[in-house]
Structures are given as C-alpha cells and as structure tokens.
Design a protein around this ligand. Structure first.
Ligand code: ZN
Length: 209
C-alpha cells in the first residue's frame, strides 16, 4: 500500500487534471480493470465527503474503479457508522490516507446556520441528527462579526465543520488513533470549490507536502 503522502499527491494531481479538464486515463472503467478488481480491492485513499450531487469524489479527483473508498453523507458529518466505515477500510485494506471532503455552499451547513438563527420545531428527527452534528462546530461563529455577512459566515462554517469532522476521526476511535501513532495514517481536511473545481487541502497536512 502506498504512503499517505504519496496518496495525497495522487489526489492533488487528479484534481489538477479535473480542473484542467484533461482526463489522465481515457478509459474510465475498462472491462479488464473491473474483472481484475473482483479478486480484491486496494483503495489508496478513504474519502468522507458530502452527498451533494456536485461533489462526487471519483470525478473531482479523476480516479476510477478500485481507487477510492468513499463514504458520503450530507454535511460530511462523523457519526459512529462513518467512523466504523473508515476503521474498516484503514484496517482491512491498509489505506493510509483519510480525507474529509467538504465543499463551498454546503446545503447541510447552511441548514444548520438557518436552524441556529430560526429554530424550527417540526424538522424530522433524522434530519435533525445531521444538523445536531454540525451545530457545535459552527454555533460559535454566530457570536463573531461574521454573523452580519451571510456569505462569510457560511464559508467559515464550512471550514469549521470540515475541521471538526477530521478531528473527530483523529480522536474518536482507538483503532484510528493507533494507526496514526504507529502506522502512518493521516487524516486531512479539504474543501472543494463549486466555483472553480479546485480542492484545497487545508487541515492536518503532513510537513513533507
Ligand atoms: Zn454539502
């Protein structure tokens, strides 16, 4: 399995190809590759991303079958099943890079800000469980000067939510903590820009990069 730093480089290069609209591999899902993967997978990165239809990890990183182990949930939140999914892949496939991939103008983060400003009583409890996961990392922003600027507030909230999810993965699992300490696992936070297509890695980067 490749190292976290090498995996990060692959994702950065893939995103550059996506942004440049130059596909690195012209056969997106060849039959031979599909058949090869029946015997087993070795995804080189684990991505915890938002469910937003505009941010599919394989596409924005220009990767293909068998490359990425992807978990998607609205607001890229971390609940026990997301931690378990990351643990599963890190343990079983020895994948050493975990990326929390949020994005600009995230609807789940926006919904959380709206809820904080105007609490609604009849929200579905399932939807509420997502808002409640995002809330702790963003509510402090409503006490800063950013509360007067809704665009800035959302930008800050998106980043705070990504940082919180990455932090939760780093510290909310004994298994992942051990892999981080002893086996070179790293968890980084990144934001995809809907406007430019660029993924900016901004949290938890190793010093070599
Ligand atoms: Zn989103």
């Amino acid at each position: 399995m490749i190292s976290a730093v090498e995996a990060l480089k692959r994702l950065q290069e893939g995103n550059q190809r996506f942004v440049a609209d130059v596909l690195g591999r012209s056969t997106p899902a060849s039959e031979s590759r599909r058949i090869e993967l029946v015997a087993g997978q070795e995804p080189f990165a684990i991505i915890l991303g938002c469910s937003d239809s505009r941010v599919p990890a394989e596409i924005v990183f220009d990767q293909h079958l068998g490359d990425l182990f992807v978990i998607r949930v609205a607001g890229n939140i971390v609940a026990p099943s997301q931690v378990g999914s990351v643990e599963f892949a890190a343990d079983r496939y020895a994948t050493r890079l975990v990326v929390v991939l949020g994005h600009s103008m995230c609807g789940a983060v926006q919904a959380t800000l709206e809820e904080l400003e105007r609490p609604s009583e009849n929200r579905s409890p399932n939807l509420r469980s997502i808002v409640d996961r995002i809330r702790p990392s963003v509510e402090g922003l409503l006490e800063t000067e950013h509360r007067h600027d809704s665009d800035m507030l959302l930008q800050r909230a998106v980043r705070a939510n990504i940082r919180a999810s990455a932090d939760h993965l780093r510290h909310g699992s004994q298994l992942l903590e051990q892999l981080i300490q002893n086996d070179g696992l790293i968890v980084v936070g990144a934001e995809y820009s809907l406007e430019t297509g660029v993924v900016e890695f901004f949290d938890g980067l190793p010093q070599q990069t």
